[in-house]
Design a protein around this ligand. Structure first.
Ligand SMILES: Cc1cc2nc3c(=O)[nH]c(=O)nc-3n(C[C@H](O)[C@H](O)[C@H](O)COP(=O)(O)O)c2cc1C
Length: 206
């Protein structure tokens, strides 16, 4: 604990809101960052960057993400409620600035694919596009949306229906080396980085 500073909750609560948001968003660590693609009822796609994405179970394969309160981020959650289908696409350094730009508050019914210059890719009859530029991507069907009482956010849970991954990064035992794909992670609200070499260990026993 040498040289560490204790930040009391009183002090944290006294900070200006963006300073507090940067600090708290960094505290829980690096997060997977992806573009979530959905379909507006007009048929136009919507694309937004999300980093609060979490594995919930492998059988059935369930993946969740946190959507902010409706008034702050209305489009992705509404489109998922309407169509029940969405895709999640990893972000790579070649288009990270475009991915970040999708967080801007574009009007309802505007396609962020067009606004930021990413390419919609329609695969295997799935009505919602993937991001062509992404080399790890998957489609989900809505399972459940759980409102979180404390802060008005939502845990959106999806069941995996389709996965697309470069076979060269899938190892013999199924482990996907996302470092090789240069899948990015995010830190805080606006930090992005790639990862280094990965250490793997044997199944731990007591
Ligand atoms: C790096 C980064 C990560 C983000 N992660 C989330 C997230 O996990 N959940 C969320 O609701 N918004 C997140 N946002 C904000 C959304 O991208 C932003 O609110 C977007 O406009 C939502 O668009 P929508 O209304 O089209 O769904 C993030 C923004 C950035 C820059």
């Amino acid at each position: 604990m040498l040289n560490m500073k204790y930040y009391s909750l009183n002090e944290i609560n006294s900070w200006e809101r963006f300073y507090r948001a940067n600090f708290i968003n960094s505290l829980s660590g690096f997060k997977p960052v992806s573009l979530i693609s959905t379909l507006h009822k007009s048929g136009l796609p919507n694309l937004a960057v999300f980093s609060n994405i979490v594995h919930l179970g492998a059988d059935p394969a369930l993946i969740g993400f946190i959507n902010r309160p409706r008034q702050a981020a209305p489009h992705t959650i509404t489109n998922i409620e309407n169509s029940g289908v969405y895709t999640i696409n990893h972000v790579h350094p070649s288009f990270v600035a475009k991915a970040h730009q999708t967080s801007a508050k574009y009007a309802e019914g505007v396609s962020e694919f067009e606004e930021v210059g990413l390419t919609p890719e329609y695969n295997d009859g799935i009505e919602v596009p993937f991001v062509l530029e992404s080399s790890v991507k998957y489609a989900l069907s809505l399972s459940e949306i759980i409102p979180l009482k404390e802060n008005g956010t939502f845990l959106v849970i999806g069941k995996l229906t389709h996965a697309y991954v470069l076979p060269s990064i899938v190892e013999q035992d199924g482990f996907i080396d996302l470092s090789k794909a240069e899948s990015m992670v995010s830190l805080g609200i606006d930090g992005y980085t790639t990862t280094g070499s990965i250490s793997r260990f044997d199944y731990a026993k007591p």
